[in-house]
Design a protein around this ligand. Structure first.
Ligand code: SF4
Length: 465
């Protein structure tokens, strides 16, 4: 780095520049954005939350939901005014992620102000892409699949928190009939178990990480191609000294093994929360979705999990209004909510994704009916949540404090329990900084979506197992 802050990379000079990033979609995408930042830092970029002052505008896109897609197209159009002309290299615009994987080339043709597009496997090529752009290329497009036999990465941390997301598997082999992920992220590829364990040990030792969330479209399939297993990985991570909490997402009920269920009862660091997407309570809809399990199979898994670990809380995903969903099929989903008593749910209206099986199915449902069913299902679930959360009042919970919000000049801190429940609390004094402290809170009030507590004990930032 020269005295004026300019960095030399290859034959090019990189002065200090600012990057604004908009991420859509799932935790995998947010984690990919962290990886992008780690590369961009090496090219002298710092982040900004003000896109008007950014030299680089980057979208990390999601093709799974219609809403995220629409928001992306609208924002991509809006940033055109930030460039003086399409050749203006003071402002560079790029798109990555799932939409870019399947439509990147068309996007580059359609939007003159878009400089580059890259697919889901090209995250680690962002430096090369920018090098080519700043060398004078007008448009760059990379969406080739990673052809390496092994999926091998090191987790990059660009923040100062004790929480880290760790990718362990990418892609999916399940081909649920509504889902575009196998087309945008490719087939399943796992990292080696030993590599993940060493990675997490390094994060704990060198970066002060205390909580890891293991990520993948279907983490339960981890290691299958290497005769390794997700459960064995969790067992080894459980032994890492200094690691406090292990979470993982997302699971497929078809692949949830008895070993893993048993581990939920014996592990010392595994979260008591499991996100287990069911999508529907109707066997006929599940069949049309190609989910490979029945509602009874799912309920049986829930019973086994609660038997192994009575503390476990479950969340799920529900798609309402799958093509030709009958009133009876919809009611079967409501019945399943009553039986499982989920702690929270993510619920969506079905929207067809191009080229998926579900997009070609007969569908007589109106958007109005879908919206009505979604509202009614969400209201039903909120009543379940409120009833269950109120039972927490009076209990003491350990929480890792993440951040605060200021309302009417008053600071309110927010953290998550082991089971991923959000708890807010007022500080003893406005000056106390609780961020990344482990605290004990007594729950004083609860609503369907969060709890309020008062502080009983502040352990500070040290591990308190
Ligand atoms: S399990 Fe189904 S819904 Fe999940 S990523 Fe794979 S294909 Fe999509």
């Amino acid at each position: 780095m020269s005295s004026d802050g300019v960095k030399k990379v290859g034959n090019l000079s990189f002065p200090p520049r600012k990057v604004w990033v908009k991420t859509f979609g799932c935790q995998m995408n947010y984690h990919d954005t962290q990886r992008l930042f780690s590369h961009l830092q090496k090219l002298n970029f710092t982040q900004t939350s003000n896109k008007e002052e950014a030299n680089l505008i980057l979208f990390n896109t999601c093709a799974v939901r219609d809403l995220a897609n629409l928001k992306f197209y609208s924002q991509l159009g809006e940033v055109k005014h930030l460039k003086k002309g399409v050749k203006d290299k003071n402002v560079v615009v790029g798109v990555g992620g799932c939409v870019s994987q399947i439509e990147g080339e068309e996007l580059l043709k359609k939007y003159a102000h878009l400089n580059f597009a890259f697919g889901t496997d090209a995250i680690d090529q962002i430096s090369d892409i920018l090098y080519r752009i700043y060398s004078g290329e007008d448009k760059v497009f990379i969406n080739s699949w990673d052809t390496q036999d092994n999926y091998s990465i090191e987790t990059k941390i660009t923040h100062g928190s004790p929480q880290a997301f760790v990718n362990i598997i990418k892609g999916c082999n399940n081909f649920c009939s509504y889902c575009i992920v196998p087309y945008t992220r490719g087939r399943e590829k796992s990292r080696r178990l030993k590599e993940v364990v060493e990675d997490v040990k390094g994060l704990v030792k060198n970066k002060g990480i205390q909580e890891v969330t293991l990520l993948g479209q279907n983490v339960n399939s981890f290691g299958k191609e290497h005769d390794e297993s997700f459960c064995d990985l969790l067992k080894q991570l459980d032994q890492i000294e200094g690691l406090e909490l292990i979470r993982y997402t997302t699971s497929h009920p078809y692949d949830l093994s008895d070993d893993l269920i048993a581990h939920h009862g014996s592990a010392s660091k595994l979260s008591n929360h499991l996100h287990l997407p069911v999508q529907s309570g109707s066997n006929t809809v599940l069949k049309r979705m190609n989910r490979k399990y029945t509602a009874d199979h799912y309920l049986n898994l829930v019973a086994k999990l609660k038997n192994a670990n009575p503390e476990i809380v479950l969340s799920t995903d529900i798609i309402v209004g799958f093509p030709d969903e009958s009133e009876q099929e919809y009611q079967q989903t409501i019945e399943l909510l009553d039986k499982v008593q989920f702690d929270f749910i993510y619920s969506y209206k079905f929207s067809p994704r191009a080229n998926t099986q579900a997009s070609k199915m007969e569908d007589g449902l109106s958007d109005e009916l879908r919206s009505k069913r979604l509202r009614s299902l969400q209201l039903h679930q909120l009543k379940i949540q409120e009833k269950n959360r109120k039972q927490l009042v009076g209990q003491q919970k350990r929480v890792l404090v993440e951040k605060f919000n200021v309302k009417n000049g008053e600071k309110k801190w927010m953290g998550r329990t082991n089971c991923n429940r959000i708890v807010h609390f007022l500080p003893e004094t406005q000056e106390t900084d609780y961020q990344w402290h482990w605290v004990e809170l007594k729950i004083t009030q609860a609503t369907a979506l969060s709890c309020q507590g008062t502080i009983v004990l502040d352990h500070g930032t040290t591990v308190v197992s």
